[in-house]
Write a protein that binds this ligand. Structure first.
Ligand code: MG
Length: 378
């Protein structure tokens, strides 16, 4: 047996799970006592942070040079878990709304940080919206729990970290020459995601194709208005080596997407149409798959449930991101081995990443051995 006895015990603890880990049946293990009656309390803290983008980022609906974020920490018995809310404008959240929400979260009333279901359900019930703020708590709590168990989440969930997919690298909408330059910069990636949805879709694809012949994915971000146009474009994109298309038309056009899915030669994925677990019933039958993002779905716990349901529905899964630091990207990467595709490049698009975590090597996501979500402050 290659494993040392100690690491075997550690893995056993992770597999047994939170409840059993609270007991003290393995003397000498670095277990944290979370028996009831403990007077240890969780403490949530947060601060605003501005993610500076390397390039002006343009998608169908807008352009921007920075993305506001809020960084969170949950401290418990000297151990700190890190989290993050990233706030692209279209989510409808701001640093103010996130911090206002987080100000309502009282973790001191929970004695047991391992009771993720209770804590995160309570937080979800504070208000219907603020999914990114909820994700900021969820991620920090998962990081904390993983650190208390001294295990990375892929071990706790039982996933093989070597089975991560390649991640796409995103090329935003721009002039042909700029697109060619950005494509040249994407050295090492095995698949690229091209943003579409303005009036230069074919030029975008041709510009990328002038530089590389690796597989592409396409994301019109609801930018196509007509379903017949969408179908023609998808046939053309298939000829150009595109492997799937995200959210072709407006998010509430389920019937048009169902029409398109029946005829499309490529898988159609619901992104804006499918934010949370409860949305999956609506997109089933209208799309071939879903795009999961922690900032949309309130974090790792609900993302895990969405993956389970998507597999039951026989739907494809892409795990994606916003512009984010390595904190939220690393958190999402622990689920990536359960997904068909990954688009976890948000941390590579910023110049001021305060964390180190999951990296990309030869286009593939590489997870480290650190406990929790696997990040360190830079
Ligand atoms: Mg998308």
């Amino acid at each position: 047996m290659k494993d040392s006895r100690r690491s075997f015990f550690k893995k056993s603890i992770a597999a047994i799970g939170a409840t059993a880990a609270a007991s003290s049946f393995l003397p000498g293990m670095p277990l944290f006592n979370i028996n009831s009656g403990s007077n240890k309390k969780m403490k949530l803290s947060f601060r605003p942070y501005r993610l500076e983008l390397k390039h002006t980022f343009t998608v169908a609906e807008a352009s921007r040079t920075f993305t506001p974020a809020v960084l969170t920490e949950i401290e418990y018995d000297g151990v700190v878990g890190y989290g993050e809310a990233s706030l692209p404008p279209y989510l409808g959240d701001s640093q103010e709304s996130v911090m206002e929400f987080l100000g309502r979260v009282d973790l001191s009333k929970y004695d047991n940080p391992f009771d993720l279901e209770t804590i995160l359900t309570d937080i979800d019930n504070i208000r219907f919206y603020n999914t990114a703020a909820k994700a900021a708590v969820d991620i920090a709590l998962h990081d904390l729990v993983g650190k208390l168990l001294n295990q990375p989440w892929y071990n706790i969930w039982g996933f093989n970290k070597d089975k991560t997919p390649n991640t796409t690298f995103t090329i935003g909408i721009d002039k042909a020459e700029v697109v060619k330059e950005k494509t040249k910069e994407a050295v090492g990636f095995k698949i690229l995601k091209v943003k579409l949805g303005k009036d230069n879709d074919k030029e975008m694809i041709e510009s990328v194709r002038a530089v590389t012949d690796i597989p592409l994915t396409a994301d019109p971000n609801q930018g196509w208005k007509d379903r017949s146009y969408a179908l023609d474009m998808i046939h053309w994109l298939k000829e150009k080596g595109v492997v799937y298309v995200e959210q072709p038309m407006a998010k509430d056009r389920y019937e048009d997407h169902a029409w398109l899915m029946e005829r499309s030669p490529l898988p159609i994925l619901a992104d804006e149409s499918c934010q949370r677990l409860a949305d999956m019933q609506k997109v089933k039958g209208a799309y071939n798959g879903i795009v999961i993002k922690l900032m949309k779905c309130t974090g790792m716990r609900e993302a895990h449930k969405m993956i389970t349901l998507a597999k039951a529905y026989d739907m494809k899964i892409m795990i994606g991101c916003m512009t984010e630091t390595s904190c939220a990207i690393s958190a999402a990467s622990h689920l990536s081995m359960m997904c068909d595709w990954a688009d976890l490049d948000g941390n590579l698009l910023i110049t001021n990443d305060p964390f180190k975590g999951t990296t990309v090597k030869d286009g593939k996501l590489v997870l480290n051995d650190l406990p929790g979500i696997g990040v360190k402050k830079v």
